[in-house]
Design a protein. Structure first.
Length: 256
């Protein structure tokens, strides 16, 4: 295994090493494995995980422990993997609109459809197209959740911890993409999406600055950066309610 930095060729070597480990361990019992998130994106950096969605027909405790063992094996070599897992019975083909991926549904299906890279099996999200009203509802909920989590983080967590600071920066990136998605704008590359944000919204803060923090100095996020991030997250929350309240049960007058 090779430690990944920002070289795509090296990144792909690690991805296919992980693929081999999964196939050697599970053989045909693994239905699919899909790489997604920052793994193949422009914002992959020193602190990034390899986001991999695993799909099985069933998952016993033994299966979970074997996956954990693979994760530990790579962690010992400096490669951080974030395995997510679904049963085939969890998928939209079975659950329809009740599909849920951790704390979201619509956006992640669109992301997996557009940028998910299957390393085992086929991509069950291929061809998905987000419904506009569903995406707007989810954008309002997620952006309010980011604002809630930001307050909770600042009140309860140790902000001397670089990982906690990085969470706030990530929420600015994801929140910007959610607001764009609420307008039906999806991008294969996060850099492309963030670079278009200022042309779509009235914001005094360019979200590209948060992408650069994540890539260039994830261990050096300052108090000023945290305050900027907190103010920006609240801007996104207010903007989402103002823009999409016609599609929700919100009955508030707010200006973006």
């Amino acid at each position: 295994m090779v430690r990944i930095m920002d070289n795509m060729e090296m990144r792909m070597k690690n991805i296919f090493s992980i693929r081999k480990s999964l196939l050697d361990t599970f053989g045909n019992s693994i239905h699919a494995a899909i790489v997604y998130g920052s793994t193949l994106n422009a914002d992959f950096c020193e602190t990034s995980d390899y986001d991999i969605l695993l799909i099985f027909e069933t998952m016993s405790m033994t299966t979970l422990k074997k996956i954990h063992s693979i994760k530990d094996q790579y962690a010992n070599c400096g490669v951080r993997i974030d395995f997510n897992s679904h049963l085939t019975s969890d998928l939209p083909s079975e659950r329809g609109g009740l599909y849920w991926h951790n704390n979201r549904s619509v956006f992640v299906q669109q992301e997996l459809s557009m940028t998910g890279y299957s390393i085992i099996g086929s991509n069950p999200f291929a061809g998905y197209r987000a419904d506009e009203r569903d995406m707007q509802d989810e954008a309002v909920r997620m952006l309010n959740s980011f604002a809630y989590q930001a307050r909770k983080m600042i009140i309860n967590k140790d902000l001397n911890n670089a990982e906690n600071r990085l969470f706030l920066v990530k929420w600015c990136i994801y929140g910007s993409l959610y607001l764009l998605a609420g307008k039906g704008l999806f991008y294969n590359n996060r850099r492309d999406g963030l670079s278009q944000f200022i042309t779509e919204f009235k914001s005094d803060i360019d979200p590209m600055c948060f992408l650069q923090m994540k890539i260039d100095r994830p261990e050096m996020i300052s108090d000023e950066d945290i305050e900027l991030a907190y103010n920006y997250i609240n801007y996104l929350d207010t903007c989402a309610v103002s823009m999409f309240k016609h599609n929700t049960r919100y009955n508030v007058e707010l200006a973006c």
